[in-house]
Write a protein that binds this ligand. Structure first.
Ligand code: DGY
Length: 325
């Protein structure tokens, strides 16, 4: 019997066509596999799982996955997968690095401009029929040139965003687990700030690009928000739980920081009600990588890891495996 592959949500058709050359493919409906229980019911029948960042691939799910050889996440972040359990049950895990770097960096630049120039408020004002005359003091925002950008998490996306921000005349500062090499720092004209609190207190814009793990959970909490300047903007395109959402909402309501641009949420897809009513806040539904090009490339990378593992290719030849044995 051929391989059976479960794809938890509809993905680009070309990705499905490719997977159909590898095995029998079942594609879930939008939202069908958002709970452990829904996966537990079916996972035992599949050799490969192509899942989303919203799919809870827990230890229980992996334990029940008697035939499963690979979980390929349709995302670069993989905090939804219990990697240790996958290892325990000899199941490979793949993610999709690199292919979404440029779309996410473009998006962050857009979010930065939208947040500092108040695009959403201004557009709503026009749509509400309130644009009756040009106003010298209407919708004043923050200019980027000469401002300090503090990037937290200087991986591929952080670096790519830094290049764009540099072209807008911003000074680039960053905090990361490891300092970049002098030549990369020079290309990006980026300065390392070892102390996170110092970075927060000196930046006009703080942008989060770090992965979510134990040490980054609530990295930005009430205390850290209090270090930011009154006019500063916080951007988050990493993972929601990196920010204490309740504390952020409070900081915005109290005018402790200047504003926020948010694409990811602590309890996604739910958004804290106080954030929905907070001023100076651009809120988007996790769309940083949402371009036709990137979503197809993400699917190709995830699908090729599935083909590689099912065809027993040497794991060292599958570049996007994050757990190998
Ligand atoms: C990812 O791949 O981790 C992104 O969040 C998807 O946009």
């Amino acid at each position: 019997m051929g391989f059976r592959i479960l794809v938890t949500e509809p993905i680009p058709a070309s990705n499905i066509h490719f997977l159909q050359t590898v095995g029998e493919v079942t594609v879930g409906e939008q939202g069908q596999f958002l709970t452990e229980e829904s996966l537990l019911e079916v996972i035992g029948h599949y050799d490969a799982l192509l899942c989303m960042l919203s799919t809870p691939v827990t230890s229980r799910v992996l334990e029940a996955a008697h035939q499963l050889k690979i979980v390929a996440n349709f995302a670069v972040g993989y905090n939804n997968i219990d990697i240790q359990a996958a290892h325990r049950y000899n199941i490979y895990v793949a993610n999709t690095p690199d292919v979404l770097t440029e779309s996410c960096a473009d998006f962050t630049m857009g979010l930065l401009l939208a947040s500092t120039r108040r695009f959403n408020k201004a557009e709503q004002y026009l749509r509400d029929g309130l644009f009756t005359q040009w106003e010298p003091l209407g919708f004043l925002g923050m200019e980027l040139s000469g401002k300090k950008l503090g990037i937290i998490g200087m991986g591929r996306i952080g670096q790519s965003f830094a290049k764009r921000a540099q072209a807008f005349g911003m000074g680039i500062y960053y905090h990361n687990r490891t300092k970049l090499t002098p030549s990369i720092e020079q290309t990006l004209q980026a300065s390392y700030v070892e102390d996170l609190d110092t970075l927060l207190s000196r930046s006009d814009v703080v942008s989060l690009h770090c992965p979510l793990h134990e040490s980054t959970h609530h990295l930005i909490d009430a205390q850290r928000l209090s270090l930011m300047q009154e006019h500063s903007i916080l951007l988050n395109i990493s993972r929601g739980p990196v920010v204490d959402e309740q504390a952020l909402a409070q900081a915005l309501h109290q005018g402790q920081i200047g504003g926020a641009g948010i694409d990811v949420y602590e309890f996604e897809p739910n958004v804290h009600p106080d954030l929905l009513t907070a001023p100076n806040c651009t809120l988007l539904p996790h769309i940083a990588s949402a371009t036709h090009e990137t979503r197809t490339a993400i699917g190709e990378l995830a699908a090729s890891a599935i083909a590689g593992v099912l065809y027993k290719k040497n794991p060292s030849e599958i570049p996007n495996l994050i757990s190998a044995f």
